[in-house]
Design a protein around this ligand. Structure first.
Ligand code: AMP
Length: 391
């Protein structure tokens, strides 16, 4: 395996990893989950695609990382690339993780209290285990630091921005960067403007002009914007006060409802899983049909709004578990944008699934692409570029 980079994505009780070689060869990847409990488990895929499970009772992030390292069949990484959710305004690109940079990541934890502390736990564990290896942080927010002020500022008192960094940041940056760069390559030379839709459990849209993010649907937190699996996306900001005054709900209750009991799951009263929703809608389940309609309409509405950020539109890109696998969602979104002059090749749409990349427009009007995202690959690439590791 040529000069592999170990990519790590740490959650509060999990570590997703991928060992990615420089030559596009097979990856070793897996996930350690339920960390901190007696049921902690490492699920690993070797270079032949065989799956292995190892029980790691009581393992923390450090012990799990050691087990991951042991499972790498002797392939030693040349660097570690960490996914970090929030980089605030400090980080406009990937950064080498020295003491000063780690302190800056700690400072931004107030903006992502659920995510950044878990990312930091992974960084500390990896530094302890691989003290000689360069470690790089790649931030979900960094790609969106090119937003102009008119796109990133909320219409709130200036002091909230000045003194407390309250503004729109955007997330899923590695995914929007990856698919728009790939579309630039596929579409060939020219100044390209893309509208990208990352549709997974979390969902966001982005307007990318000449390789730079110009606007995006997520904001201060990953709750703003589209309808998601269990997240509401945009609601009237007056909702919080209304629920508090009329129903006596606390802020924590409202926050939990908006993040965990809303979105597709809340609307359908059934599930957050798009596969199940599509099947239930086919059977005539009214909640599932409504969830699907609201989901697709809100994506189209967001794309139409973000088109204001682009001087010209080269095309739309669908990615993420739903964007890559649901011809139904793609067709509904496209049908809800009647003024864009989009033409869908229905056969190509139906055939582009399960990790396939493909163009699904009928040849006139803006291009329509399905591009499987590769956030791990993008993190490895940015790590190499920063460290100048690639040939
Ligand atoms: P992600 O977070 O990118 O892994 O995406 C998860 C979402 O993708 C879930 O809502 C899944 O139901 C959805 N998904 C995965 N496969 C399919 C499929 N074949 N058809 C529709 N949705 C799918």
């Amino acid at each position: 395996m040529k000069a592999p980079v170990l990519v790590i994505n740490c959650g509060s009780s999990s570590i997703k990893y991928a060992l990615i070689p420089d030559d596009g060869g097979p990856r070793l990847e897996g996930i350690a989950e339920r960390l901190g409990s007696q049921e902690a488990l490492l699920k690993a895929k070797d270079s032949k695609g065989q799956r292995h499970e190892t029980s790691l009772p009581g393992a923390d992030h450090g012990a799990a990382l050691e087990a991951i390292f042991t499972s790498l069949d002797g392939h030693a990484p040349v660097a570690v690339g960490h996914r970090i959710v929030h980089g605030g305004e400090h980080f406009t690109r990937a950064s080498r993780l020295d003491d000063q940079v780690i302190a800056a990541v700690e400072e931004t934890s107030a903006l992502a209290p659920l995510h950044n502390p878990a990312n930091l736990a992974g960084i500390q564990a990896a530094r302890a285990l691989f003290p000689a290896l360069p470690q790089v942080g790649v931030f979900d927010t960094a790609f969106h630091q090119s937003l102009p002020a008119h796109a990133y500022r909320y219409a709130l008192p200036e002091s909230l921005y000045r003194d407390h960094a309250i503004r729109r940041y955007g997330f899923h940056g590695t995914s929007h960067a990856f698919v728009s760069q790939r579309a630039d390559t596929l579409a060939g030379s020219g100044d390209h403007g893309w509208l990208t839709a990352h549709l997974g459990n979390g969902c966001s849209t982005c307007a990318v002009w000449q390789g730079q993010s110009r606007d995006t649907s997520m904001g201060l937190t990953p709750l703003e914007g589209l309808v998601m699996g269990t997240r509401s996306g945009d609601v009237d900001p007056g909702l919080h006060a209304h629920l508090h005054r009329q129903l006596g709900w606390s802020l924590d209750e409202i926050d939990a409802m908006l993040n965990q009991r809303s979105g597709l799951a809340g609307l359908s009263e059934l599930t957050n899983d798009m596969r199940e929703l599509e099947a239930a809608a086919e059977r005539g389940h009214a909640g599932a049909s409504l969830a699907l309609e609201v989901f697709c309409y809100r994506i189209a509405k967001s794309l139409a709004a973000l088109s204001c950020a682009l001087p010209t539109l080269s095309g739309l890109i669908f990615t993420g578990g739903i964007g890559e696998n649901s011809p139904t969602v793609r067709a509904k979104v496209i049908a809800a944008l009647p003024h864009f002059g989009l033409g869908l090749d229905e056969a190509a749409n139906l055939a582009t699934l399960r990790g396939r990349e493909g163009r699904i427009d009928a040849g006139s009007g803006p291009q329509l692409w399905v591009i499987p995202t590769d956030e791990e690959g993008q993190i490895a690439r940015e790590t190499r570029e920063l460290l100048e590791l690639s040939a």
